[in-house]
Design a protein around this ligand. Structure first.
Ligand code: IPM
Ligand code: MG
Length: 382
């Protein structure tokens, strides 16, 4: 089988990390007789330099038509402060990444947080705080609506005069002279239902408990969310579930013995909590993630970490998060043998004590550059 996937190599150090991930994924897929054809899809400031647009129309078309995107990451402060200040509509986080999420209907964002007991020292937490069986959580972030898309979605619904009264402004329209800027955050009942049916099914299939994160004590959209969770939960009597307020969920990231299984959270909460969780299990460099449309099963594979712009061009960034994201891509297209091989190889190099600078501890076997780390992983799966 041949599978075509749009490849956004991205900005900053992302292209260096993606170069490693791409060759590893291509090799690993052969274990399942899958030939992956990556289709170059420029987005980000690199695309602006070549084509005058951080999201050229053709790139968006390629991504949406192929329905599968391997996304390295976009954004670079060097450009944000110069061209971005003059042309805020070109900021690639919204123009490329958020637009893809919305156009492709990527509702569920899976962010696994895994730490094996033997690698407990990768965590900044004291070893006794790490559970005996290690950490194994899957954050499922609700990736649409909420404060990320509220204003934009509502501006299509309310008349301009009302929008003006409400102080609704898109980021690109903020001048600094306004007296009021407000942003809408909303959830649609049907979307919450769909999201929780998928999240509960996932928890059931994996035999895991589910924690729903909210702020139902003060926010209407989360009081609504909580009522829907209780209703959908009745369809899944096998899954044990609980509600957790977001502030205390944040605190539990420091007590992983009390938090496990599926963590279902809103868009903005999920963005914030997942960075904390990633740091807890070893660092952003290991973060990996996939975003899925539950109706079409189209998907984007994006690590969720930044582009490490300060390391760009130095071959120092940690490619392991992008490589693990590649394993998620393979699993999604049923190339399970390849996915398992990659995960095993990454685990092995870490167990053998190889590190990149971001995760190196005193006394580790060897600190490697980005391409050396990629090479080591690749050799294990050849
Ligand atoms: C993430 C990132 C994005 C987000 C940014 C780059 C827009 O932080 O995927 O977590 O906020 O969703
Ligand atoms: Mg984030």
């Amino acid at each position: 089988m041949t599978k075509k996937i749009a490849l956004v190599t991205g900005d900053g150090s992302a292209p260096e990390m993606m170069a490693q991930a791409v060759r590893i994924v291509t090799h690993a897929a052969r274990r399942d007789n899958v030939k992956i054809e990556f289709v170059d899809t420029p987005m980000g400031w690199n695309a602006y330099e070549k084509f005058g647009d951080t999201t050229p129309e053709k790139s968006m078309e390629t991504a949406v038509n192929l329905g599968f995107v391997f996304f390295g990451g976009v954004g670079d402060p060097k450009f944000d402060k110069t061209i971005g200040a003059e042309k805020p509509e070109m900021m690639p986080e919204a123009r490329a990444l958020l637009a893809l999420r919305k156009k492709m209907g990527l509702l569920l964002n899976f962010r696994p947080m895994i730490l094996m007991r033997e690698l407990a020292h990768l965590s900044p937490l004291r070893p006794e705080l790490i559970p005996e069986e290690g950490v194994n959580m899957t954050f499922i972030r609700f990736l649409l609506e909420d404060s990320y898309f509220g204003t934009q979605d509502m501006l299509e619904l309310v008349p301009p005069a009302t929008a003006w009264d409400l102080g609704l402004k898109l980021k690109k329209d903020v001048t600094g002279n306004e007296t009021l800027v407000s942003e809408l955050a909303y959830y649609r009942g049907e979307t919450i239902e769909k999201y929780f049916r998928m999240a509960f099914s996932y928890a059931r299939n994996m035999g895991l408990p589910l924690t729903s994160v909210d702020k139902a004590n003060v926010m209407a959209r989360y009081a609504y969310w909580r009522k829907i969770v209780d209703r959908i939960a009745k369809e899944f009597p096998e899954v044990s579930y609980r509600h957790q307020l977001v502030d205390s969920a944040n605190m539990l990231l420091f007590k992983p013995k009390e938090l496990r299984g599926v963590i279902a959270c809103g868009n903005e909460h999920g963005d914030i909590l997942s960075d904390g969780a990633a740091e807890m299990v070893g660092g952003m460099g290991l973060m990996h993630s996939s975003a899925v449309n539950p109706d079409t099963m189209q998907a984007m594979f994006e690590s969720g970490a930044g582009t490490a712009p300060t390391l760009a061009g130095q071959d120092k960034a940690n490619p392991l998060g992008r490589i693990l994201t590649g394993a998620m891509l393979l699993r999604h297209i049923a190339a399970d043998n390849g996915a398992i091989a990659i995960e095993q190889a990454v685990r092995d190099v870490l167990k053998e004590g190889y590190r990149t600078t971001d995760i190196a501890e005193p006394g580790c076997t060897k600190v490697l550059g980005c391409s050396e780390m990629g090479e080591l992983v690749l050799r294990k799966i050849l």
